[in-house]
Write a protein that binds this ligand. Structure first.
Ligand SMILES: N/C(=N\CCC[C@H](N)C(=O)O)N[C@@H](CC(=O)O)C(=O)O
Length: 517
């Protein structure tokens, strides 16, 4: 965010034909900053030129009872425009729905409504073109837009805040913002799922060591491992979909906290803004940020999942594992060690998960001591929310690109498979099939492994006589269970790493995600 100390963009017109559409085309916009990337925010001490040329502080929209203006420090400390300008689209959307409802209810005229709607459209265009100057002395996105509207169209704009407070306005903006943010995240989750399924499809038969405690445990098919990420992402998406359902209720019309004595139609605004329904309790509507918490919690769980993928892939890309190679497109180098190729994107996925979890902690802590109803503390919900969404979108995007730009080193993986007695549990199952109780078979296989350790060989390399010396139950068919290929082929349970199971699940995911064969 670039902050500039600039004089006013909107100058008070000498004679504003208030309430006239003609005022809309007056073009009273002086351009000082055309920076496209970041909107400029005028300094808190911005003053307004009066018609006779004297400089005096602009009266706040809430300034009627005040004799003095706030100090510069208070102005700087309390403003939120430096970040909540990002809500402008939703603020304008809400204002348009509100103005239309006020007109349908006869609280403003159709003419006033049209002037307000046209003025809001113009302001939105100015913002999109980077020509709108955000002013810190106007505190937040709501006051900036309302004050600018009053300057542009005069009296009709002064009616817009009828039966509305910033308390219901901010939370309406926020719910609309969250709804869109969730939709964007859902798209990115699906893109990552598709990339993982495509990656899995390239390695249908590749066996990799499965780990528990980061020690070699049992052999698994690589697609089985990759599909485990896909499943986790599906639940992440499900949590967001559920959260979206609860986000999608409309607080507008709750006003400050108590509703209004004016005959508004909250069902109309809710419908107009594509909410499921208006929120039932006006105090609840402006007080709670549980929808933000739920969203941040869902993001945090997704971020932890992504972090774990990041950790696994960073490990696997190491010389010690050597199981995967990221392409140059997703790797970075060292300023001092010429040989280095670092998997930085995935390290940063792991790293950024910390801020996503931190964002949740911030808002949880923010909310825990608040009495009903609105408290200004709640202004502090926005930065963590924006931060969390930005981080998770970036993490998903980079994981997707990583998945599209890595290759698994089949030869290296295969040559490593004999280590770690990955087939030991399959051998125990063999004995169970021979009628040996599992605890006993565990003991027998344990002794067989000990024999291998003493002979420095694999289970499959033991002679039948050696095995029979451990326990006479072993027969020649034992070799159908030994070795990682045999071991993997023996898995048959639903959801297991058995080839048939994995192939079926891979196919199911391809269909579910719309990936053509
Ligand atoms: N100051 C205030 N709400 C500001 C809400 C917007 C704020 N920038 C935020 O992000 O929470 N509440 C007033 C009502 C109002 O300004 O509409 C009150 O309850 O006294």
């Amino acid at each position: 965010m670039a902050f500039t100390s600039q004089s006013l963009i909107f100058r008070a017109p000498a004679s504003l034909p208030s309430g006239r559409l003609a005022a809309l085309s007056a073009g009273r916009v002086a351009l000082r900053d055309r920076g496209a990337a970041f909107p400029s925010v005028a300094a808190a001490s911005t003053s307004m030129a009066s018609s006779d040329g004297d400089e005096k502080k602009e009266t706040k929209l809430w300034g009627g009872r005040f004799e003095e203006g706030v100090t510069d420090a208070v102005e700087r400390f309390t403003e939120s425009i430096s970040y909540d300008w990002q809500l402008y689209k939703y603020d304008i959307m809400g204002s348009k729905a509100h103005a239309s409802m006020l007109a349908s209810q006869g609280l403003i005229t159709a003419g006033d409504r049209d002037i307000i709607l046209e003025g809001l459209d113009q302001i939105e265009r100015l913002i999109q073109e980077g020509k709108f100057e955000w002013r810190k002395d106007r505190e937040d996105v709501h006051m900036n837009i309302e004050a600018a509207l009053i300057e542009r169209v005069g009296e009709p704009a002064k009616k817009l805040h009828t039966a509305r407070s910033r308390n219901d306005q901010i939370v309406t903006d926020l719910r609309l913002w969250c709804r869109d943010a969730i939709d964007k995240i859902l798209i990115r989750i699906k893109q990552l799922q598709v990339s993982l399924v495509m990656l899995a499809s390239k390695y249908v038969d590749l066996i990799v060591p499965g780990y528990t405690h980061l020690q070699r445990a049992q052999p698994v098919l690589l697609p089985h491992l990759l599909l485990s990420y896909v499943e986790q992402l599906e639940r992440d998406a499900g949590r967001l979909v559920n959260c979206r359902e609860r986000v999608n209720f409309c607080p507008l019309g709750a006003c400050a906290l108590a509703g209004t004595g004016l005959p508004i139609d909250r069902f109309q605004t809710a419908k107009d803004l594509k909410f499921t329904a208006p929120m039932k309790n006006s105090i609840d509507a402006v007080s709670d940020r549980d929808f933000v918490l739920e969203f941040l919690a869902a993001n945090s769980i997704a971020a932890v999942h992504l972090s774990r993928i990041g950790e696994e892939w960073v490990l696997w890309a190491s010389e010690e594992f050597g199981f995967l190679t990221p392409s140059d497109k997703v790797s970075t180098g060292s300023s001092i060690m010429p040989q280095k190729k670092n998997p930085d994107p995935m390290e940063l996925v792991r790293g950024k998960s910390a801020r996503v979890v931190g964002d949740l902690m911030t808002v949880l802590t923010l909310c825990k001591g608040l009495p009903q109803a609105y408290n200004r503390d709640l202004q502090e919900d926005k930065e963590p929310l924006f931060d969390s969404v930005k981080a998770i979108l970036g993490m998903l995007e980079v994981c997707t690109e990583f998945a599209q730009n890595i290759s698994f080193n089949s030869k290296r993986i295969q040559s490593s498979l004999p280590a770690g007695y990955l087939d030991a549990t399959t051998l125990a199952d063999y004995l169970v099939k021979k009628g040996v109780p599992f605890r006993t078979s565990h003991e027998i296989v344990g002794r067989s492994v000990a024999l291998c350790v003493s002979k420095n060989c694999q289970l499959a390399e033991l002679q039948l006589d050696d095995l029979k010396a451990v326990h006479p139950v072993f027969e020649a068919d034992v070799y159908e269970y030994l070795g990682v290929e045999n071991a993997v082929n023996k898995f048959i349970s639903y959801g297991s790493t058995g080839s048939n199971q994995v192939k079926k699940q891979l196919e199911d995911w391809r269909i579910q995600l719309g990936i053509s064969s």
